[in-house]
Structure formats: structure tokens, C-alpha cells
Design a protein around this ligand. Sequence first.
Ligand SMILES: [Zn+2]
Length: 302
Amino acid sequence: MRHANNFILSLLMALSPMATFGQSMDDVEIVTHPVADGVYMLAGQGGNIGLITTSDGAFLIDDQFAPLTERILSAVAEVTDQPVKFVLNTHWHFDHTGGNENLAEAGVMVVAHDNVRQRLAAGQFMEFFNREVAPAPDGALPVVTFNDSITFHMGEHTIHAFHVANAHTDGDAIIHLAEADVIHAGDVVFYGLYPFIDTGSGGSLDGMIAAVGQMLELAGDQTRIIPGHGPVIGRDQLANYGEMLQTVRDRLVERMEQGQSLAEIQAAGITAEWDEDWGGGFIPPDRWLEMLYRDRQAARID
Ligand SMILES: [Zn+2]
């Protein structure tokens, strides 16, 4: 039952970024999940937020949508007296960066990978969703950007963000909290639903698999992992996720090398053992295979 509830919750969170874009968020509640000492996951609408409370201020990872900023800051104030000093965007998607402008106006420093700033500033077209995303206003752009990695030393926490190449997008950061033994995976991990890979923004399945491998190297038995969408997981669940991606990839590549068409691969049931648990999110199995197929086609042309 607990699993079912978690699943429905993750489903709702997953559906939300695309399904409710532009709609009212009046009913959205920010729910605070304790993850470790001084570390929380805030779930509302869109990507899971990481919150680290320290004696030198609070630190946010992602900020969902603009209409939720006040509610997010209220949730922060429930667990710390300290002001938010930084927000780090795990990537450019609007359900992770929508609160940037509000937070910047409130004096929060916005930080992200170089490509996040570039993509936000330029505006984007998301082919998979046939969605135009307008350029972000100047006030929403990260004011500190990094190429490879950046480290924040705040109170008792070391907050290390490092770039992983061409995974969910080309601007992904994964955040490792060594003392707290927590990883925020951003959208490199969707747990309990097939992951969106934004190939139009430089994402790739191979990059996702490699990034999961990098996280597994950092994770121990007690490590808690906050996914971009879905519930907090442990190392074993992360390993299962990586194995699913690898197995589907290998089956897909084999069939593509035999010259099978997308329709043939979709009919072959190569994701069958995961479809019940993972196929109920905003990307059903056929669409997910279509996304992976196009990704591999592009990889073969390059
Ligand atoms: Zn995303």
C-alpha cells in the first residue's frame, strides 16, 4: 500500500510539469520530507527541491515554478531561521528554474552550469513535447555559472555540484553532500516512471547511463538519493534503475543493428518487465521507446 501511494505520488509529480504548465497552482502544497540531518526534499509541483540548512544560511537545489516561490520559502522557514543564500539549478527545464527570478529578487544567488544560462537566455523548442519555451527574463538567469564543478562550504556541509556530460540535457549538475551522505540527482533520475531525455537539449541515453554510474561510485549502503521526480531512494534502487536503462539500451541497439523499424521494436515488448511499474508516468512505453530510438538514430549519424 505504501508503495502504491508513493507510486501515485510520484506519478502526480511526474505528470505535473507538462500537464499543468500555464494552469493555476493554487492547490499545490509544498510537502517537506526529511532526508538526513539538515537535508530535506520539498515536493510540490515539478522537480523535487533539495534544501540544505546550515549555520551559514540555507541552500536550495531547484525552485519549481514561480507561483510557488512564497510557499517554498514558507516551507524553508518551517525548518530554519536562516535566509536562503543560494539556489543551484540542476538543469534549465522550467519545472526546476521557474522560481529563479523571484528568488533573485529576494537576494538569493542563482547558480548553474554554463549551458543552463545559455539555454534559458536563448529560449528553447522541446521537440518531444512540441513545446516552445520563451527566453527567460534577465532576472531569472544564473549569475554564477560553472563548467566542470563548484563547491560551497556552508557551516557543517560541503555542497559539491559536478557536471555530467550529455545526460538528461547538456547542462546537468549532480549535487553530492559528503557529510550528510546525500546525492541530488536532478532529472538524471526519474524513479518509478520512464525518464524523459531531452535530446533536443543535448541529452542522451548513454550519458544518462554514465551519470548513474558516476553516482553509484559515490553512493554507499546508507546514501540517500533525491531524484528529480519520484521518491527518495537508496543505492540499490539507483543500481536497478541503471540496470534497466542499460538493458533496454542493449536490446534496442541490437534490434536497430538488425534493421528493425521503430514499430517493430515497439511491438517486441523489450520493456515489458518494467512497463507496469515505470510506464504509467507522462511517458508511456511506446513513446519512451520512440524517444530512445530517435536518440540512437542521432548517435549513429554523428
Ligand atoms: Zn528536466
